[in-house]
Design a protein around this ligand. Structure first.
Ligand code: HEM
Length: 258
């Protein structure tokens, strides 16, 4: 669902979306750092996917077919050539990577959480007005982006410690979102909690550009779910992905009972 929505926003027509999805998955595979014998093959798949997506977008731009979407808008208002075809391509890759895996992970971890906590699920079914706060709570609880690096541009004082200019700092959004000083009983999933102030989308000038879209997608899925499904059950072994920054499931077999 997230990749289809991004494809739509970018202006990729429905008939090309299966290809788009395949390339997108191939590109994201390159972000899963897992050393092993198949590393060269995975790397080759990522590069192939990048080249295919680039070829596709450049063809679409040249033939004028990419007009009903963000990329078409950027291209159309760009007669002086301020944005090159290559920049458009990397912009598409940025949105794909930033908005696809993250939202997918929000949705998959939400299913796991709801299957583990049938009482909270039942409460949501009784009180659908809690859907927006349940999504904020799920964002806090699972933190699909666990952390990012920053580089200190100047000496920065935190309590007795000084972070020297030039040092790399790992900001752990996931840890902040489970900080008991901010969220009492932080390891409990509580759809009635006021999770405002969570850092799942970061903060400051780099605050997530797609936060509203991700929230809208999460809320739409949860509304459909509570409307149609009375029980969410995990039916077999599930697996977490191995990326230290992106927290989500690579496998989650579930049964939805209507
Ligand atoms: C649950 C889903 C999502 C989560 C948890 C998430 C999380 C984040 C976080 C933590 C950052 C800030 C990184 C920083 O501080 O440097 C960020 C930035 C960003 N996100 Fe998201 N994101 C999500 C969905 C999306 C979607 C759907 C899009 C686009 C369609 C998107 C596009 C971006 C972009 C472009 C940035 C960079 C903003 C900048 O540097 O100015 N994200 N996101």
């Amino acid at each position: 669902m997230p990749v289809r929505i991004i494809a739509h926003i970018l202006g990729v027509p429905p008939e090309d979306q299966d290809d788009f999805r395949r390339w997108s998955d191939g590109i994201i595979e390159g972000f899963q750092l897992e050393l092993g014998r198949d590393l060269p093959a995975r790397f080759a798949r990522t590069v192939t996917a990048l080249l295919r997506l680039n070829g596709y977008l450049q063809r679409q731009i040249r033939s004028g077919r990419l007009m009903d979407g963000v990329l078409g808008d950027l291209h159309g208002t760009n007669e002086e050539g301020g944005i090159t075809g290559e920049e458009l391509f990397w912009f598409a890759v940025l949105l794909l990577v930033a908005g696809n895996e993250t939202t997918t992970n929000l949705l998959s971890t939400m299913l796991l959480t709801l299957s583990r906590d049938p009482e909270q699920y039942e409460l949501l079914r009784e009180r659908p007005e809690l859907v927006p706060s349940a999504i904020e709570e799920q964002l806090r609880y699972s933190s699909p982006i666990q952390g990012f690096y920053r580089t200190a541009v100047a000496d920065h004082q935190i309590g007795p410690a000084t972070i020297p200019a030039g040092s790399r700092v790992l900001l752990l959004f996931g840890a902040a979102n489970r900080d008991p000083r901010q969220f009492p009983d932080p390891d409990a999933f509580d759809v009635q909690r006021d999770a405002a102030g969570h850092l799942a989308f970061g903060s400051g000038i780099h605050l997530c550009l797609g936060a509203h879209l991700a929230r809208a997608e999460g809320q739409a899925v949860l509304r459909e779910l509570i409307d149609r499904v009375s029980r969410v059950e995990v039916t077999g072994p599930y697996a977490w992905n191995t990326n230290s920054a992106l927290r989500g499931l690579s496998r989650l077999p579930v049964t939805l009972t209507s």
